[in-house]
Design a protein around this ligand. Structure first.
Ligand code: KG4
Length: 322
């Protein structure tokens, strides 16, 4: 948990429960993060090779009050400091969202504070603002375990979806290919670690046109087929080869799309968002581009309550509550 003792601030309480992370945070109305706490059920889920929605929802229900109390106590914050409660409304696993929503509504009723429903993806998009000044307009790549999409963002409330996946999300491909490789969930960071640019690996599939919709089911199948072809090879080498070949394809496809849309929309600012945004190869390639890049701090690249509280604060600041 990170915390600052700030008992004279006006604060937004942020609640995130869309998947397997219970995230609670406090952000000032100006957007400064005061404290946050998170509990992930990922280690519990690892045995199942992915998130079991029922387990995730039960863990949220068990942890949410305890985490909130812990955060408020550590930051020496009372309900007097809290001006609004922001929570993840959608999208996400329905049972998990419900836990967060019911909790937020209960606090709102008990404390008599307004509720700010936040779209999880929009929360991710603006999470860059937690650590970096935001420059509008920008292109936002959202790459997580549930979504792969590109947005053109003009303001805190005006954004256009340019492209999104027609099948698997990019993180889902990392996790599913990783499962075949014998890696535990979430496999993305492990495949990232296994990447070795010195290795000579085949191109797993042809790159589609940059303007095509995002699609990852083909590369997932190609990666699994490659794994089967190498069945009698040394296990460690096989993992490194597949991780490298998969990453080469996936990251190249992302860079091609970013370049295509940035040129088409005449955008010079980019934001990279979502769990896959933590990927080291993606970060390296992006840093070599000619755009001004807003990278989410690794700490906030995965699901968290801070981004929900932050976006709630921005909406409040802009007088944009519906
Ligand atoms: O945004 P996020 O925390 O929430 C979900 O959408 O669930 O993203 C989690 C996803 C997982 O699929 C995980 O494997 C992937 O992000 N991920 C990564 C890396 N770190 C997390 N994928 C590639 N490279 C990474 N370093």
């Amino acid at each position: 948990m990170t915390k600052t003792k700030q008992n004279n601030y006006q604060l937004i309480l942020g609640i995130e429960t869309s998947c397997d992370d219970t995230g609670i945070a406090l952000v000032t109305t100006g957007g400064k993060l005061i404290g946050e706490i998170k509990f992930s059920s990922a280690p519990i889920q690892a045995a199942y090779g992915g998130v079991v929605p029922e387990i995730a929802a039960r863990v949220h229900a068990k942890k949410i009050l305890q985490l909130t109390n812990q955060l408020l106590t550590c930051c020496q914050v009372t309900t007097k400091n809290i001006v609004a409660i922001a929570y993840t409304k959608q999208p996400g696993l329905i049972g998990c969202l419900l836990v967060g929503q019911v909790f937020a509504k209960t606090l709102s009723w008990l404390w008599n504070k307004p509720l700010i429903p936040v779209n999880h993806l929009v929360g991710h998009i603006f999470s860059v603002g937690l650590t970096t000044p935001i420059h509008f307009p920008f292109l936002a790549l959202v790459a997580s375990g549930k979504t792969t999409a590109l947005y053109y963002v003009e303001s805190y409330v005006k954004f256009t979806l340019l492209n999104s996946t027609v099948d698997d999300a990019i993180g889902e491909v990392y996790d599913k290919v990783g499962r075949v490789m014998g890696l535990t969930y979430p496999a993305g960071p492990k495949i990232d670690q296994l990447y070795n640019e010195q290795l000579n690996v085949p191109q797993l599939a042809k790159q589609p046109k940059a303007s095509n919709p995002f699609s990852y089911s083909g590369i997932k199948t190609a990666a699994i087929n490659y794994w089967k072809q190498c069945s009698d090879w040394d296990e460690k080498l096989k993992c490194q080869l597949l991780a490298t070949a998969l990453q080469n394809w996936v990251i190249t496809s992302l860079i091609r799309k970013i370049n295509y849309y940035a040129e088409k929309w005449g955008v010079k600012n980019l934001a990279i968002i979502g769990g896959v945004g933590a990927n080291q190869l993606l970060r390296k390639k992006i840093s070599e581009l000619k755009y001004q890049v807003m990278l989410v701090d690794l700490k906030y690249a995965t699901d968290n309550g801070a981004m929900i509280a932050y976006y709630g604060a921005m909406l409040l600041q802009q007088n944009c509550l519906s």
